[in-house]
Write a protein that binds this ligand. Structure first.
Ligand code: F6R
Length: 369
């Protein structure tokens, strides 16, 4: 049932193009507008929303962090993202005009469930983004947008994460459409790019052999750092989480702009640092900043592993290892930039002799607090 793969995780990584396509299926009509039937919150209710709060744990939380950039940019609605375990105990300010989005692959995560119960008690509407039909979180929510990743067996989340991102983009675009914010050429272009993204994910998967080879050479390292900016920052966090849980290595993700505020002290000779580089097109200031961050860490001896768009030549002189990803709009880049990090963590885990599908101490669904 592993379909010829050694591990479920490898199979699930390979299934991502289909999972992404399935999650988009039937939700964008040929004219480019969105239909999200399972969102049982009326357009007039959605027009009243003045705040979005996303709650989730672990990898799903990272999807939420990325969603914030898209929601605020496309809809201009303020959006907060919080770990469900923190949100619950914080006495958050919510009311009938808050839309709470609970993201959960399993639909059974206790902290996320408790967070959504709390939100409903405050009169807020709750929309679940979930991969498991009929699970508790969607049952208790006002509305649900299912991700169609199919069953995810490996403990480490991969295809569920990519489809959570797709669902978040759909919700953001739908909110924009319903509210008439920024609904124009830019959004139409994004929808077009989103409909093509599954092929781009496929292209990334076809070029992963050098990433595997690189991972094998790092098996004896004790630490790996990850840097990103903008949506690349949550991607860095996700890359670090995957490495911790699978390879049992110390790994940390940082916002590249924070380097000078502490983390740069960690840089020493030959420490591998993975850098997620935003597109040089579009908001090029982000790109230029990160190129100078790469220069800074390399000057201090870091071994730079750079994930950059095809055609981005500016990074070449500073990359000890270069991983190419297809050009995508900045906000969609996490869909392609995360894939090499999944492959990297999986290969390192294998090289270190770890149990890939069942990492120590972890459970697939965390139904206790
Ligand atoms: C990491 C991972 C976990 C889950 C987290 C939330 O690879 O799988 O961090 O993302 O436990 O689980 P769900 O999405 O089921 O609520």
């Amino acid at each position: 049932e592993k379909g010829g793969y050694d591990y479920f995780m490898l199979k699930e990584i390979a299934e991502q193009p289909k999972a992404v396509a399935d999650t988009l299926l039937g939700r964008i009509d040929p004219s480019g507008s969105l239909t999200l039937d399972e969102v049982r919150i009326s357009p007039s209710e959605l027009r009243e929303i003045d705040k979005v709060v996303i709650v989730a744990c672990g990898t799903a939380f990272h999807a939420g962090l990325i969603a914030k950039y898209a929601i605020e940019h496309w809809t201009r609605i303020p959006c907060e993202v919080e770990l469900a375990s923190e949100f619950r105990y914080r006495d958050p300010i919510l009311d009938g005009r808050s839309l709470v989005i609970a993201i959960s692959q399993s639909g059974e995560t206790m902290d996320t469930l408790m967070a959504l119960r709390h939100a409903r008690e405050q009169g807020s509407k709750v929309l679940a983004i979930c991969n498991t039909n009929g699970s508790t979180i969607p049952r208790e929510s006002d509305a649900v947008l299912y991700t169609h990743a199919g069953p995810e067996v490996a403990v480490a989340s991969t295809k569920a994460f990519l489809t959570q991102l797709v669902a978040c983009y759909l919700v953001a675009l739908y909110l924009g459409q319903v509210r008439g914010t920024k609904w124009g050429d830019e959004i139409q272009a994004v929808i077009k790019d989103l409909s093509r993204i599954s092929e781009e994910v496929e292209r990334v998967l076809d070029t992963m052999e050098p990433v595997r080879a690189l991972a094998r050479t790092l098996a004896t390292k004790s630490t790996v750092l990850f840097l990103g900016r903008h949506v690349g920052y949550p991607v860095a966090l996700e890359g670090a989480l995957k490495l911790k849980e699978l390879a049992y290595m110390h790994a940390e993700g940082f916002a590249a702009g924070e380097l000078k505020h502490g983390p740069i002290a960690l840089i020493e000779e030959d420490v591998p640092v993975v850098v997620v580089v935003p597109s040089p097109r579009g908001r090029s200031v982000l790109h230029d900043k990160i190129v100078s961050n790469i220069q800074e860490i390399r000057a201090r001896g870091a071994r730079t592993i750079v994930i950059a768009e095809e055609g981005d030549e500016a990074v070449v002189p500073y990359a000890d290892h270069l991983i190419r990803i297809p050009a995508t709009p900045t906000l969609l880049q996490p869909l392609v930039a995360t894939v090499p990090l999944q492959v990297f963590a999986c290969e390192l885990a294998t090289a270190r002799g770890n149990e890939v599908d069942q990492p120590r101490n972890l459970a697939k669904s965390v139904t206790v607090e």
